[in-house]
Design a protein around this ligand. Structure first.
Ligand code: SF4
Length: 330
């Protein structure tokens, strides 16, 4: 049977990791193991030996924990195409967002020995997703498992993976972990959540988030540049900046958008996300200011801000004709 990803994979660009030599891979694997030995893989800098299965703030030991993997049709059009984005959701997280809409897998899940997935199995997931025709491999919440992602990609590349790699992150990433991924990631997709350290401390339990996020996004931009898509509108390489617009949070939004326009350039692809709904620890008693959805006015104002700042590549949903046909939508 013909592999449905073949059309894109054969005609599309070579994923970045195919440019790595054997020596490059060996160097990356060595550095990945060193990161795990005294873990500084993310800005939490815990220093535990994860090679021995120990864990700390991210509750993840030697192996990554995968919550789910599937072709995702809710991502940006340039990622979901018509066969979906091959998403691998990692469990646990290095942030503690009080409003997290995935808190069941990011914060509530108990760490348990033996639930981690070795690199060979994660590679097998990538190949299954490729076999289903997905247009890319989309690692969600990889900040705390960068060394494990390197190991899994090495295995998958050896076994025939040929899809672009998406690094889908909160942007609470360590610079040296991103340097480890240089030449392996085709599309970086950071969600720049908060600009101020006050809001970051209050809502994500990470006062230093804004500083790390700015450094990380600058490095992502250095590695892959602005977003490029092919003739079908599928992302080939580049940066997609997401920002979840929060209720009452337009001052934060303005500062983030201004930084993106000035630092990364007005052509930066930006997705202003409007799907916030109260979840996690948010309720009438705790964080009541977040206990509502966005108003239409807030979203409009956020989009106007972006345009006034000159940002001209805002995400608009225009499903690919083959996806519309698949969904039975004209
Ligand atoms: S990846 Fe986990 S163990 Fe390593 S520094 Fe970050 S939170 Fe700590």
């Amino acid at each position: 049977m013909k592999d449905p990803s073949q059309d894109f994979a054969d005609q599309g660009p070579r994923p970045a990791f195919q440019g790595l030599t054997d020596d490059d891979w060996q160097d990356r694997l060595r550095r990945a193991r060193a990161e795990l030995e005294e873990c500084r893989a993310c800005p939490r800098d815990c220093g535990v030996n994860r090679l021995e299965g120990k864990w700390s703030a991210c509750k993840t030991g030697r192996h990554a924990v995968v919550a789910s993997y599937f072709p995702h049709f809710g991502e940006e059009d340039c990622l979901r195409g018509w066969n979906g984005s091959g998403t691998i959701f990692f469990a646990h997280c290095n942030l503690r967002c009080v409003f997290c809409q995935n808190h069941d897998i990011s914060q509530d899940i108990r760490p348990r020995a033996g639930v981690g997935v070795p690199a060979a199995r994660v590679a097998g997931m990538m190949l299954e997703l490729q076999g289903l025709g997905c247009h890319n491999i989309n690692f969600v919440t990889p900040e705390h498992v960068v060394p494990q992602v390197v190991e899994a990609l090495h295995e998958a590349a050896f076994r025939g993976l040929r899809l672009p790699v998406v690094y889908n992150t909160s942007a609470y990433d360590a610079l040296h972990s991103l340097e480890l991924m240089d030449g392996m990631v085709d599309i970086y997709m950071p969600d720049f959540k908060y600009w101020s350290s006050e809001a970051s401390r209050k809502y994500m339990k990470a006062e230093d988030y804004p500083e790390y996020a700015r450094t990380a996004i600058r490095e992502m931009h250095r590695q892959v540049g602005k977003l490029r898509v092919d003739d079908e509108g599928l992302a080939q390489k580049g940066l997609i900046v997401r920002h979840l617009v929060m209720p009452g949070g337009l001052d934060e939004t303005r500062q983030i958008l201004r930084w993106v326009a000035e630092e990364l350039g007005p052509e930066t692809y930006v997705n202003l996300m409007d799907q916030y709904r109260p979840d996690g620890a948010v309720g009438p008693e705790r964080y009541p200011e977040l206990n509502r959805t966005l108003t239409g006015g807030e979203l409009r104002e956020a989009r106007n801000m972006a345009r006034e700042l000159g940002l001209r590549n805002l995400d608009e949903r225009r499903p690919h004709r083959r996806l519309r046909a698949r969904l039975g939508v004209l």
